[in-house]
Design a protein around this ligand. Structure first.
Ligand code: 2HA
Ligand code: ZN
Length: 272
């Protein structure tokens, strides 16, 4: 068996799930051109795959996360289209393993495209995977995408936007509180791919599974890409409803504070 075949076999379930999710992103219209990226911690699945430490595969880059030493990630490639990831994941994703010395990573698999590099948002992805491990959280996948309606709402003018926006979203649909009872994080605008974006995302995700990226999009973590997608889909649903009400010419009534509070109570205590 060749090295590439062994990796494809070890990761077949993860590759299928990632590709299906990429198809949903494209289908939703959230993934123009190369918009969005996905990564999954596949260290466990890769544990039986022998890997090379050839310098030819090595990419020097300081990795400031001790707890990621030796870990392996399946990630979408830089500049790839989600619709291509969906159709041909093996040509549009790569697998990398962080060096034990944290001085870079080995690019172990990039299908049959030697030029393919990991996503431009790798800094944010690795910072978030390090956070998930540090906090011993169960999530292993990270998804970034550009949900239209949610982005539109982050352009809302005025101060105290973050809090107001999250409150508005929660008032639009009761399921949101049930799906994400602890709320949604909000990261103020920072340039795409920057260390600053990684930093604001980390603080937005430290208590949340979803973080809105102001004027850019959204990130979510899940046990797999499908779960992360579901969370963003639920948040964006509220954004769609809010904008539909506005488009129909009225400000939505929204769920009352009491109705929202009731959703937070244990089920048995709810009035019937
Ligand atoms: O992958 O969406 O934020 C392209 C992007 C960068
Ligand atoms: Zn983006």
């Amino acid at each position: 068996m060749t090295k590439h075949n062994a990796i494809e076999m070890a990761l077949s379930d993860q590759i299928v799930q990632l590709a299906r999710t990429a198809g949903h992103l494209w289908g939703k219209g959230w993934a123009e051109r190369n918009g969005g990226n996905i990564s999954v911690d596949v260290t466990e699945e890769m544990s039986w795959v022998a890997y090379s430490r050839s310098r030819d595969l090595f990419h020097e880059q300081e990795i400031p996360h001790e707890n990621l030493a030796g870990r392996a990630f399946l990630v979408t490639g830089a500049g790839t289209r989600m619709r291509d990831v969906a159709e041909m994941p093996a040509r549009n994703c790569c697998v990398l393993r962080i060096s034990e010395d944290l001085d870079g990573y080995y690019l172990l698999w990039n299908g049959d495209r030697q030029d393919l590099q990991p996503t431009s948002e790798l800094a944010s992805h690795l910072a978030i995977h390090a956070l998930l491990r540090r906090e011993q959280r169960p999530e292993r996948a990270l998804l970034h995408t550009h949900p239209n309606e949610l982005i539109a709402l982050t352009h809302m003018p005025g101060p105290a936007k973050a809090e107001m926006l999250v409150d508005l979203l929660y008032a639009m649909h009761p399921e949101l509180k049930l799906i994400l009872p602890r709320g949604v994080g909000y990261a103020p605008y920072r340039p795409p791919g920057s260390a600053e974006l990684a930093e604001v995302t980390l603080s937005a995700l430290s208590e949340h599974r979803v973080a809105i990226w102001e004027k850019h999009g959204c990130v979510a973590v899940g046990k797999g890409p499908a779960e992360a997608f579901d969370l963003i889909d639920a948040v964006n649903k509220s954004a769609v409803i809010l904008l539909l009400c506005k488009a129909a010419g009225y400000a939505p009534e929204g769920l009352s504070a009491e109705q929202l509070e009731e959703l937070g109570r244990p089920r048995g205590h709810r009035p019937t």
